[in-house]
Design a binder for this molecule. Structure first.
Ligand code: HEC
Ligand code: HEC
Length: 313
């Protein structure tokens, strides 16, 4: 009987102890590092926060003696209460460290690209006007002259369809042409003549238009189909569809539709990524993947996504 009870209490102990230890360790970790876990804010303090952010009021916890320019010289950490300029000095419990600009365990903000603000409250109707008329005073031709009436180029060639692309992708490309991050003389001239607001407007407008009819997969053969849906593990090539969506329809805000772009435009872009003359793919994915493809494969993929030439449709 006694043996039996002992057995039970050992079992209970074994069940209760591990989570308890974990709990205590976690609590210790959190309190010990001011809630910052293992990534300590002070380890990544690149530039000291502006003096307005709690000068001299973050004693021992911030642990960076002399880092706050506003602090009274000689005020050693831990003796902050009582020094004259600090208005909140009476608050006894140590404050959590001031937020660190950049990366810390408490920073959940993503870095926001500048063009995002171009799209805020952008008026697509104004964008439609601009697309149809251009900006003659600044020497900008109408977008429709090169990109077609409803964003679908009648002739194909080097001019991409804009219909079927997302407003975000369009705004990013225009911002990149404007800054020179993407180089193409015609579009660099156009984009530099547009204001940020106008970029937002045309991007908002073209983002509402439906892309050209789908002919993906009618040409290009099995090699292209395999690269699209399967990729090639031996070359560490993911399927194009992984990112560009099924049948090149585009996916999410920033991965463009490939379906219906002309063979020439497609090939131009792949070659530009391959040679590095287009390098606005932020983390270099397209530069990496295009280099693993042969010329013949790029031709096949071009035909695969484009479908028949415009006059054959
Ligand atoms: C003179 C002809 C011309 C005019 C006018 C023109 N574009 Fe373009 N546009 C091009 C060419 C050529 C390209 C392909 C650039 C390249 O090869 O990198 C292009 C590419 C683009 C792209 C990138 C598309 C993609 O799939 O990445 C966007 C966006 C764009 N143009 C928007 C506009 C807008 C908006 C206007 C009007 C304000 C405009 N373009 C006026 C010729 C023109
Ligand atoms: C890991 C994701 C990823 C994969 C996989 C991928 N792409 Fe892309 N691709 C992108 C992104 C992102 C862009 C847009 C880059 C930018 O912001 O300018 C892009 C752009 C392109 C463009 C330029 C389109 C235009 O309108 O200018 C082409 C062409 C293209 N990809 C073809 C392919 C092909 C073909 C494959 C398969 C062999 C492929 N991509 C696989 C992410 C991917």
């Amino acid at each position: 009987m006694i043996e039996h009870r002992k057995g039970i209490s050992i079992a209970v102990l074994l069940i209760v102890a591990p989570p308890l230890v974990t709990l205590i360790a976690t609590a210790h970790q959190m309190i010990g590092t001011g809630g910052d876990g293992l990534i300590r804010a002070r380890a990544v303090t690149a530039s000291a926060p502006p003096a307005t952010q709690a000068p001299a009021s973050a004693p021992a916890a911030s642990g960076a003696p002399g880092a706050t320019p506003g602090a009274t010289p000689g005020a050693t950490p831990g003796t902050a209460p009582g020094t004259a300029p600090a208005p909140t000095a009476a608050a006894a419990p140590p404050k959590p460290p001031a937020p660190v600009p950049g990366r810390s365990a408490l920073d959940f903000s993503a870095s926001r690209p500048a063009w995002e603000t171009f799209l805020r409250d952008a008026d697509p109707a104004a964008g439609k006007q601009l697309a149809a008329n251009g900006k003659p005073a600044a020497g900008v031709q109408a977008c429709v002259a090169c990109h077609g009436q409803a964003g679908i180029t009648p002739s194909g060639g080097i001019f991409p369809n804009l219909a079927g692309l997302s407003s975000e992708y369009l705004a990013k490309q225009l911002a990149d042409f404007r800054s020179g991050a993407r180089v193409q003389p015609l579009m660099n001239t156009v984009a530099r003549a547009l204001s940020e607001q106008e970029i937002g407007q045309v991007a908002a407008y073209y983002g509402t238009l439906a892309g050209p009819p789908m002919h993906v997969g009618e040409f290009g053969g099995d090699a292209a189909r395999k690269l699209d849906v399967q990729g090639d593990g031996a070359r560490a090539l993911p399927a194009c569809a992984n990112c560009h969506g099924l049948r090149g329809m585009g996916e999410g805000p920033l991965i463009p539709r490939l379906a219906g772009q002309s063979r020439e435009y497609f090939t131009d872009q792949m070659n530009a990524f391959r040679s590095g003359s287009r390098q606005n793919d932020d983390v270099g994915v397209m530069r990496a993947f295009s280099q693993r493809l042969t010329d013949a494969e790029i031709q096949a993929l071009a035909a695969y996504y484009a479908g028949p030439a415009p006059q054959q449709r």
